[in-house]
Design a protein. Structure first.
Length: 291
Protein backbone atom coordinates (compact mmCIF):
# COMPACT_ATOMS: atom_id res chain seq x y z
CA UNK A 1 0.00 0.00 0.00
CA UNK A 2 1.46 3.44 -0.88
CA UNK A 3 2.56 5.59 2.05
CA UNK A 4 -0.14 8.24 1.52
CA UNK A 5 -2.83 5.56 1.40
CA UNK A 6 -1.53 4.00 4.61
CA UNK A 7 -1.61 7.44 6.29
CA UNK A 8 -5.22 7.99 5.21
CA UNK A 9 -6.15 4.51 6.49
CA UNK A 10 -4.42 5.15 9.83
CA UNK A 11 -6.20 8.51 10.24
CA UNK A 12 -9.55 6.94 9.51
CA UNK A 13 -8.91 4.11 12.01
CA UNK A 14 -7.85 6.61 14.67
CA UNK A 15 -11.01 8.64 14.13
CA UNK A 16 -13.15 5.52 14.32
CA UNK A 17 -11.52 4.43 17.57
CA UNK A 18 -12.04 7.89 19.05
CA UNK A 19 -15.72 7.84 18.12
CA UNK A 20 -16.12 4.36 19.59
CA UNK A 21 -14.42 5.43 22.82
CA UNK A 22 -16.64 8.49 23.06
CA UNK A 23 -19.72 6.34 22.56
CA UNK A 24 -18.64 3.97 25.34
CA UNK A 25 -17.95 6.86 27.71
CA UNK A 26 -21.27 8.53 26.96
CA UNK A 27 -23.12 5.26 27.59
CA UNK A 28 -21.34 4.62 30.90
CA UNK A 29 -23.01 5.95 34.08
CA UNK A 30 -21.35 9.10 35.41
CA UNK A 31 -18.91 8.63 38.27
CA UNK A 32 -20.24 9.76 41.63
CA UNK A 33 -18.23 11.73 44.17
CA UNK A 34 -20.53 10.58 46.97
CA UNK A 35 -19.21 8.11 49.50
CA UNK A 36 -20.80 4.80 50.48
CA UNK A 37 -21.15 4.18 54.22
CA UNK A 38 -21.67 0.67 55.57
CA UNK A 39 -23.05 -0.05 59.03
CA UNK A 40 -20.48 -1.90 61.16
CA UNK A 41 -21.99 -1.84 64.67
CA UNK A 42 -23.92 0.08 67.29
CA UNK A 43 -23.94 1.09 70.94
CA UNK A 44 -26.87 1.87 73.22
CA UNK A 45 -27.61 5.61 73.47
CA UNK A 46 -28.71 6.77 76.90
CA UNK A 47 -31.93 8.81 76.46
CA UNK A 48 -30.96 11.45 79.02
CA UNK A 49 -27.30 12.07 78.26
CA UNK A 50 -26.70 10.73 74.75
CA UNK A 51 -29.87 11.63 72.85
CA UNK A 52 -29.08 14.93 71.13
CA UNK A 53 -25.56 14.90 69.78
CA UNK A 54 -22.01 13.65 69.97
CA UNK A 55 -18.47 14.47 68.94
CA UNK A 56 -15.01 12.98 69.14
CA UNK A 57 -12.37 15.07 70.93
CA UNK A 58 -8.71 14.98 69.89
CA UNK A 59 -7.23 17.36 72.50
CA UNK A 60 -6.31 16.49 75.21
CA UNK A 61 -5.08 13.16 73.89
CA UNK A 62 -7.14 10.08 74.77
CA UNK A 63 -10.20 12.19 75.58
CA UNK A 64 -13.50 10.27 75.60
CA UNK A 65 -16.23 11.03 73.10
CA UNK A 66 -18.60 13.79 74.22
CA UNK A 67 -22.41 13.52 74.12
CA UNK A 68 -25.30 15.91 74.73
CA UNK A 69 -28.83 15.36 75.99
CA UNK A 70 -31.32 16.99 78.31
CA UNK A 71 -29.37 15.50 81.22
CA UNK A 72 -26.13 17.25 80.22
CA UNK A 73 -27.51 20.80 80.41
CA UNK A 74 -26.17 22.47 83.56
CA UNK A 75 -28.86 23.83 85.89
CA UNK A 76 -27.33 27.28 85.73
CA UNK A 77 -27.72 27.28 81.95
CA UNK A 78 -31.29 25.94 81.76
CA UNK A 79 -32.44 28.32 84.52
CA UNK A 80 -31.58 31.22 82.19
CA UNK A 81 -33.81 29.80 79.46
CA UNK A 82 -31.27 27.85 77.41
CA UNK A 83 -33.20 24.60 77.76
CA UNK A 84 -32.30 22.78 74.53
CA UNK A 85 -28.83 21.62 73.49
CA UNK A 86 -28.05 20.38 69.99
CA UNK A 87 -25.27 18.44 68.28
CA UNK A 88 -21.81 19.68 69.40
CA UNK A 89 -18.42 19.68 67.69
CA UNK A 90 -14.79 20.09 68.66
CA UNK A 91 -11.96 21.76 66.81
CA UNK A 92 -8.81 19.76 66.13
CA UNK A 93 -6.96 21.92 68.67
CA UNK A 94 -9.37 21.08 71.48
CA UNK A 95 -12.13 23.71 71.63
CA UNK A 96 -15.51 22.09 72.33
CA UNK A 97 -18.70 23.92 71.28
CA UNK A 98 -22.33 23.18 72.21
CA UNK A 99 -25.28 24.94 70.49
CA UNK A 100 -28.16 26.11 72.69
CA UNK A 101 -31.61 27.54 72.05
CA UNK A 102 -34.48 28.88 74.14
CA UNK A 103 -38.24 28.58 73.73
CA UNK A 104 -38.54 32.22 72.73
CA UNK A 105 -36.51 35.36 72.20
CA UNK A 106 -34.22 36.73 69.53
CA UNK A 107 -30.93 34.97 70.21
CA UNK A 108 -29.14 31.63 70.31
CA UNK A 109 -26.13 30.67 72.39
CA UNK A 110 -22.91 28.72 71.85
CA UNK A 111 -21.24 27.34 74.98
CA UNK A 112 -17.50 26.80 74.58
CA UNK A 113 -14.99 24.84 76.62
CA UNK A 114 -11.34 25.73 76.02
CA UNK A 115 -8.63 23.02 76.04
CA UNK A 116 -7.69 24.06 79.56
CA UNK A 117 -11.23 23.36 80.81
CA UNK A 118 -12.65 26.90 81.21
CA UNK A 119 -16.18 27.53 79.90
CA UNK A 120 -17.49 30.68 78.19
CA UNK A 121 -20.71 31.64 76.41
CA UNK A 122 -21.15 33.42 73.08
CA UNK A 123 -24.57 34.82 72.18
CA UNK A 124 -25.74 35.46 68.63
CA UNK A 125 -28.60 37.88 67.98
CA UNK A 126 -30.80 36.53 65.21
CA UNK A 127 -30.45 38.04 61.77
CA UNK A 128 -33.54 39.01 59.77
CA UNK A 129 -35.40 35.84 58.77
CA UNK A 130 -33.21 33.54 60.86
CA UNK A 131 -34.97 30.71 62.69
CA UNK A 132 -34.69 30.55 66.48
CA UNK A 133 -33.70 26.91 66.62
CA UNK A 134 -30.03 25.99 66.92
CA UNK A 135 -29.74 22.34 65.96
CA UNK A 136 -26.03 21.72 65.40
CA UNK A 137 -22.55 23.08 64.84
CA UNK A 138 -19.73 21.86 62.59
CA UNK A 139 -16.26 23.39 62.92
CA UNK A 140 -14.18 23.69 59.75
CA UNK A 141 -10.94 21.67 59.67
CA UNK A 142 -8.86 24.85 59.95
CA UNK A 143 -10.79 25.70 63.12
CA UNK A 144 -11.61 29.28 62.13
CA UNK A 145 -15.21 28.91 60.95
CA UNK A 146 -18.26 27.21 62.37
CA UNK A 147 -21.34 26.13 60.44
CA UNK A 148 -24.71 25.98 62.17
CA UNK A 149 -28.12 24.80 61.06
CA UNK A 150 -31.76 25.74 61.44
CA UNK A 151 -34.50 23.13 61.81
CA UNK A 152 -37.26 22.75 59.23
CA UNK A 153 -37.00 22.84 55.43
CA UNK A 154 -33.93 24.93 54.60
CA UNK A 155 -31.75 25.77 51.62
CA UNK A 156 -28.83 27.19 53.58
CA UNK A 157 -26.39 26.70 56.42
CA UNK A 158 -25.09 29.63 58.49
CA UNK A 159 -21.37 30.41 58.89
CA UNK A 160 -19.92 32.05 62.02
CA UNK A 161 -16.39 32.73 63.23
CA UNK A 162 -15.64 29.86 65.61
CA UNK A 163 -16.18 31.21 69.13
CA UNK A 164 -13.07 30.98 71.26
CA UNK A 165 -10.88 30.01 68.31
CA UNK A 166 -11.31 32.84 65.81
CA UNK A 167 -9.54 35.92 67.16
CA UNK A 168 -12.46 38.15 66.13
CA UNK A 169 -14.79 36.59 68.73
CA UNK A 170 -15.42 37.65 72.32
CA UNK A 171 -17.92 36.47 74.96
CA UNK A 172 -18.72 40.13 75.63
CA UNK A 173 -19.73 40.88 72.02
CA UNK A 174 -22.44 39.60 69.70
CA UNK A 175 -21.30 36.62 67.64
CA UNK A 176 -22.14 37.74 64.08
CA UNK A 177 -23.10 35.60 61.11
CA UNK A 178 -20.17 35.86 58.69
CA UNK A 179 -21.51 34.22 55.52
CA UNK A 180 -23.82 31.52 54.18
CA UNK A 181 -23.63 28.10 52.53
CA UNK A 182 -26.27 28.12 49.79
CA UNK A 183 -27.52 24.59 49.11
CA UNK A 184 -28.51 23.42 45.62
CA UNK A 185 -31.21 21.16 47.08
CA UNK A 186 -33.46 21.81 50.06
CA UNK A 187 -32.89 19.76 53.21
CA UNK A 188 -35.32 19.07 56.02
CA UNK A 189 -34.82 18.72 59.78
CA UNK A 190 -31.04 18.39 59.72
CA UNK A 191 -29.99 17.39 63.25
CA UNK A 192 -26.23 17.33 62.81
CA UNK A 193 -23.35 17.85 60.39
CA UNK A 194 -19.63 17.18 60.61
CA UNK A 195 -16.71 17.81 58.27
CA UNK A 196 -15.21 14.65 56.77
CA UNK A 197 -12.78 16.68 54.66
CA UNK A 198 -11.87 20.31 53.92
CA UNK A 199 -14.99 20.86 51.78
CA UNK A 200 -17.18 17.84 52.57
CA UNK A 201 -19.90 17.60 55.21
CA UNK A 202 -21.85 14.55 56.35
CA UNK A 203 -25.27 15.38 57.80
CA UNK A 204 -28.02 13.46 59.59
CA UNK A 205 -31.58 14.39 58.62
CA UNK A 206 -34.69 13.60 60.64
CA UNK A 207 -36.88 14.20 57.58
CA UNK A 208 -40.13 12.29 58.26
CA UNK A 209 -41.70 12.82 54.84
CA UNK A 210 -39.14 11.49 52.38
CA UNK A 211 -40.36 13.71 49.56
CA UNK A 212 -37.06 15.56 49.09
CA UNK A 213 -34.81 12.56 48.37
CA UNK A 214 -37.16 9.60 48.03
CA UNK A 215 -36.36 8.29 51.51
CA UNK A 216 -37.05 9.26 55.10
CA UNK A 217 -34.30 9.90 57.66
CA UNK A 218 -31.42 10.15 55.16
CA UNK A 219 -27.67 10.44 55.62
CA UNK A 220 -26.64 13.40 53.46
CA UNK A 221 -23.36 14.48 51.93
CA UNK A 222 -22.80 18.17 51.17
CA UNK A 223 -19.88 19.07 48.90
CA UNK A 224 -18.89 22.73 49.24
CA UNK A 225 -17.63 24.78 46.30
CA UNK A 226 -14.81 26.13 48.50
CA UNK A 227 -13.64 26.12 52.08
CA UNK A 228 -15.71 28.41 54.32
CA UNK A 229 -13.82 31.68 54.76
CA UNK A 230 -16.34 33.96 56.44
CA UNK A 231 -15.98 36.69 53.83
CA UNK A 232 -17.97 35.26 50.92
CA UNK A 233 -20.80 32.77 50.49
CA UNK A 234 -20.12 29.30 49.12
CA UNK A 235 -22.47 26.80 47.49
CA UNK A 236 -23.18 23.26 48.61
CA UNK A 237 -24.13 20.27 46.46
CA UNK A 238 -26.41 17.91 48.41
CA UNK A 239 -26.52 14.14 47.87
CA UNK A 240 -28.61 11.60 49.79
CA UNK A 241 -26.39 8.59 50.53
CA UNK A 242 -28.68 6.14 52.32
CA UNK A 243 -31.47 5.81 54.86
CA UNK A 244 -30.23 5.65 58.43
CA UNK A 245 -31.11 2.51 60.44
CA UNK A 246 -34.63 2.44 61.87
CA UNK A 247 -34.74 -0.68 64.05
CA UNK A 248 -36.47 -1.12 67.39
CA UNK A 249 -38.62 -3.49 69.42
CA UNK A 250 -41.26 -0.73 69.34
CA UNK A 251 -43.13 0.60 66.35
CA UNK A 252 -43.67 4.28 65.76
CA UNK A 253 -41.67 7.37 64.88
CA UNK A 254 -37.89 7.29 65.19
CA UNK A 255 -35.84 10.45 65.69
CA UNK A 256 -32.48 10.84 64.00
CA UNK A 257 -30.16 13.03 66.07
CA UNK A 258 -26.51 14.11 65.98
CA UNK A 259 -23.58 12.92 63.88
CA UNK A 260 -19.81 12.65 64.27
CA UNK A 261 -16.94 11.78 61.94
CA UNK A 262 -13.69 10.75 63.62
CA UNK A 263 -10.87 11.35 61.14
CA UNK A 264 -8.44 9.31 63.24
CA UNK A 265 -10.34 6.07 62.68
CA UNK A 266 -12.53 6.95 59.68
CA UNK A 267 -15.60 6.08 61.76
CA UNK A 268 -18.94 7.83 61.27
CA UNK A 269 -21.45 7.70 64.15
CA UNK A 270 -25.11 8.73 64.16
CA UNK A 271 -27.64 8.68 67.01
CA UNK A 272 -31.10 7.26 66.28
CA UNK A 273 -33.65 7.49 69.11
CA UNK A 274 -36.25 4.70 69.23
CA UNK A 275 -40.01 5.31 69.37
CA UNK A 276 -42.27 5.05 72.41
CA UNK A 277 -41.11 3.17 75.49
CA UNK A 278 -38.12 1.83 73.57
CA UNK A 279 -36.45 5.23 73.78
CA UNK A 280 -35.29 3.86 77.14
CA UNK A 281 -34.14 0.45 75.96
CA UNK A 282 -32.87 0.30 72.40
CA UNK A 283 -31.97 3.79 71.16
CA UNK A 284 -28.63 3.45 69.38
CA UNK A 285 -25.50 5.21 68.23
CA UNK A 286 -24.79 3.48 64.92
CA UNK A 287 -21.26 3.16 63.55
CA UNK A 288 -20.36 3.25 59.85
CA UNK A 289 -17.20 3.00 57.78
CA UNK A 290 -16.57 4.14 54.22
CA UNK A 291 -16.59 1.40 51.60
Amino acid sequence: MPLRARQRCHAALTAALALAAAAVLSAAPPASAADTWTEVGSDRADPLTESQGLTSVEVPANSPNRYTGIGTIPAGVSSRGWNHVGDPDASYNGYYVEPYQADSGNAKMFRVQAPGGAWSEYVHTLSSGEALNNSWVAISPDGQWMLAGEYGTMSRFLVFPTPGVNASTSPSANLPQASTVNLDHAVRDVQGCDFSGPTTLLCSSDDPAGSLFGMTKPLLQVDLSARPNGTSDVSGHVTALRQLPLRSSCSGTFEVEGIDYDRRTGTLRVIVVSPGFCVLTDSKTYRFTRS
